[in-house]
Design a protein around this ligand. Structure first.
Ligand code: NAD
Length: 256
């Protein structure tokens, strides 16, 4: 076990006694599955575009085919990806604690693929599509084979199919936000993993947890604005740190 990535004894004790754990994940959680964060995603054909110029309603209105193709490439990348040891460690953690809320900003569905239950998706899911006007879901069958541009919406003539993800400048799904806020207020132990902690409301969740007296642990190779407030920060990757923490927790629970 890498000592460097061990929870301190008092924090391990708090995790062992926690009635409710909240885990917030960002794009860094999926990095070891080969899905680049936005910052790393500017390669090849797309190097000349910033994600902020592609993942917006304005970009889609201006050039729907370009945005659709960019998402098509990302969809293919996600379809090839597999959960890593960190995703699997969170599945084990969910079985070891009385209650765990997993809140993700990722749109790739890797937590669900690993076996995590009741995942709350704040930014939607790249595998789904919806009507650009009515926002009603559009089935995969309707999309059939449309790699070059979005097909028309089945609902309104001037609508197009678009990814069911939250773009920059858009409002998050209210139900997911409510679920996440409630989890943040209720948890007694919070993990913030692979997120820059800059984009609200997701970035507010660990702060709400702290206000309600929760412990806070951050896992991120880089420092973030949250680091100073965390009880313990791990400067390692999601998989290397989570596997150690979950094995510490399992040992604690089996020795009780
Ligand atoms: P972000 O703001 O969440 O930043 C990524 C963070 O992950 C950085 O702080 C980085 O230091 C950290 N990180 C990198 N590798 C890591 C590792 N192996 N383990 C732990 N942490 C690691 O992400 P972003 O790229 O700016 O994306 C913004 C939003 O775009 C996301 O919140 C998400 O909604 C969407 N997005 C989703 C995916 C996905 O679903 N996989 C990928 C890219 C972007």
């Amino acid at each position: 076990m890498t000592v460097e990535f061990k929870l301190t004894e008092p924090l391990l004790e708090r995790l062992g006694q926690a009635r409710h754990v909240m885990v917030l994940t960002g794009a860094g959680m999926s990095a070891e599955s080969g899905i680049p964060t936005f910052r790393d995603a500017q390669t090849g054909l797309w190097a000349k575009f910033k994600p902020e110029e592609l993942a917006t309603p304005e970009a889609f209105e201006l050039n729907p085919a370009r945005v659709w193709q960019w998402y098509e490439e990302r969809r293919q990348q996600v379809a090839r990806a597999q959960p890593h040891a960190g995703h699997r460690a969170l599945v084990k953690m969910q079985r070891l604690v009385p209650s765990l809320s997993l809140i993700t900003q990722n749109v790739d569905g890797l937590h669900q693929l690993a076996g995590s239950q009741d995942v709350c998706e704040l930014h939607g899911n790249i595998h789904r599509s919806k009507c650009s006007v009515t926002h009603r879901p559009i089935s995969r069958e309707w999309l059939a084979d449309s790699p070059h541009g979005p097909p028309h919406s089945p609902y309104v003539r001037h609508g197009l199919a678009r990814p069911d993800v939250v773009w920059f400048g858009e409002v998050l799904p209210q139900e997911a936000v409510d679920t996440a806020m409630a989890a943040a207020a209720r948890c007694t132990f919070c993990f913030s993993i692979g997120t820059t902690s800059l984009v609200h409301p997701a970035a507010s969740l660990p702060l709400i947890a702290l206000e309600h007296g929760s412990a806070l642990v951050e896992i991120n190779p880089s420092e973030t604005p949250l680091s100073l407030q965390a009880d313990q920060c791990f400067r390692g990757t999601a998989s290397e740190v989570l596997t150690v923490i979950v094995s510490q927790l399992r040992d604690l629970k089996t020795n009780r």
